[in-house]
Design a protein around this ligand. Structure first.
Ligand code: UDP
Length: 257
């Protein structure tokens, strides 16, 4: 019998422009994931970043999906700033890529079966190979590239059912990945689905990550802008547009107090 694990009441959440963000650390996330896998699910983790917050303003189905997620982890320096402007603090960033790497390490220890779904043909396989090299013993239950188009769904369902994963990492980009998990997680008996964005591209070396110092300074967006200028529109949404909206929201609350 499958059991659903709820977010413990001890975990504080805050709202940034109406979107819930849970104040969890990586260690807490891993402990909860262990409970979710033991429970059976279907559970969902959303890796919230500023683009998610802005998209959820317009897309009510996406907003509802994020709201229903078991955990909404803070993936993005912008969220940490926004929380601070509200007078709260999020303790730690829990990004899709960091979570994926940590899950691979845990999988090697605990036998968690990880399925990689999405990204361009060949990328999930390359990401799996990179994880296997870095985390010997990681259990890759399967990989499947391609799109979330409904025509592809029967093949995806067959692959996932046969692979019996504990965790499905979905790299379709937001909101498609998160909507996919909500829609199919129960029918495919997926204990835990996590939307991880461009993580497979990062792991496969297609989109190298910024140097650690740049990441520490919260300037990964600047690095991405230099390397992929075509992303400028997305970066505008994630940085100045989100920043302005979140700052105004925080100011408004302060004025009301
Ligand atoms: N993607 C996919 N199918 C689609 C659309 C996107 O597999 O129909 C993949 C794409 O190849 C990439 C990921 O989804 O690996 C989304 O990456 P994005 O740049 O949006 O991630 P982020 O920058 O948000 O981490």
């Amino acid at each position: 019998m499958s059991r659903l694990i709820e977010r413990p009441a001890t975990i504080k959440s805050l709202r940034i422009l109406g979107v819930r963000v849970d104040d969890v650390t990586m260690d807490q996330t891993i402990a909860l994931i262990a409970a979710m896998i033991a429970g059976g699910g279907p559970h969902q983790i959303a890796t919230i970043n500023p683009e998610f917050v802005m998209a959820a303003q317009q897309h009510l189905g996406f907003h509802a999906t994020l709201e229903a997620a078991t955990l909404a982890v803070p993936d993005g320096t912008g969220l940490l700033y926004a929380a601070r402007w509200q007078g709260h603090a999020l303790r730690e960033k829990v990004t899709g890529i960091d979570l994926t790497e940590r899950l691979a390490a845990e999988s090697a220890q605990r036998g968690w079966r990880i399925f990689l779904l999405g990204a361009a043909p060949g990328v999930a396989e390359k990401a799996a190979a990179a994880l296997s090299e870095r985390f010997p013993g990681v259990v890759i239950a399967g990989t499947w590239a391609g799109s979330p188009a409904s025509a592809a769904q029967p093949a995806i369902a067959a692959q996932i059912r046969a692979a019996r994963p504990d965790i499905v990492l979905v790299a379709y980009g937001a909101p498609a990945q998160d909507l996919w998990i909500r829609r199919h997680g129960a029918a495919l008996q997926i204990p835990l689905g996590i939307g991880v964005g461009g993580t497979f591209d990062d792991l496969a070396g297609i989109r190298p990550r910024a140097p650690r110092i740049i990441r520490r300074l919260g300037l990964e967006w600047g690095y991405r802008l230099l390397r992929h200028p075509s992303r400028w529109r997305r970066i505008m949404t994630a940085v100045p547009i989100f920043g302005w909206a979140a700052w105004r929201e925080a100011r408004k609350h302060k004025d009301e107090w």
